[in-house]
Design a protein around this ligand. Structure first.
Ligand code: SF4
Ligand code: SF4
Length: 166
């Protein structure tokens, strides 16, 4: 049976785990929402329960902080992965060394193994999403496939908008 458009898009978002080269880069130097600082994350958590609280953000921060600890300085993160820090800096129009922060997963060992691999959270299982904003780490095994999938997803969206497919 021919694959429907919805099925096709769903399949394009799922990328085979076998593409991962287990280099550990995406666990060793990461950012949260454009590089929010640890203090900003804690401040956002303090708003939990307030009428104007952003529940999605708060839950996201809780999940994130369960896994990640902040680097003391950006220099420390840069030593671990200079190219990612540079790609991130280039992506942000107003990158400010004093305001953007990087984090490292507490469950990554020195051999780039995930100590909770079988029980790793959804956040980790979804990475990397084939999205135009995703910043790929050097030699990430997913990059080529993700970029191909992003293009196909964009083409499908364009064709849907034009009414070429239903
Ligand atoms: S950067 Fe890519 S290849 Fe390396 S561990 Fe992460 S997902 Fe796997
Ligand atoms: S829990 Fe495992 S897969 Fe997730 S970021 Fe940490 S080391 Fe990586």
């Amino acid at each position: 049976m021919e694959e429907s458009v919805v099925e096709r898009v769903k399949n394009l978002f799922k990328m085979p785990q076998s593409l991962c080269r287990q280099c550990g880069q995406c666990c060793r130097v990461v950012c949260f929402k454009g590089g929010l600082s640890y203090e900003e994350l804690i401040d956002a958590l303090k708003k939990e329960g307030a009428p104007d609280a952003d529940i999605v953000l708060i839950e996201g921060i809780k999940d994130f902080l369960t896994l990640f600890r902040p680097y003391k300085t950006n220099e420390e993160a840069r030593e671990k992965n200079p190219s990612f820090v540079e790609k991130f800096r280039a992506r942000l129009k107003n990158y400010d060394e004093n305001k953007q922060y990087f984090y490292c997963c507490k469950f990554l060992d020195d051999d780039n193994r995930c100590l909770i691999h079988e029980d790793r959270p959804t956040l980790c299982r979804l990475y990397p999403l084939p999205h135009e904003r995703t910043i790929f780490y050097d030699n990430c095994g997913y990059e080529q496939t993700a970029k191909k999938n992003i293009k196909e997803i964009s083409d499908i969206i364009e064709r849907l908008k034009k009414g070429e497919i239903l």
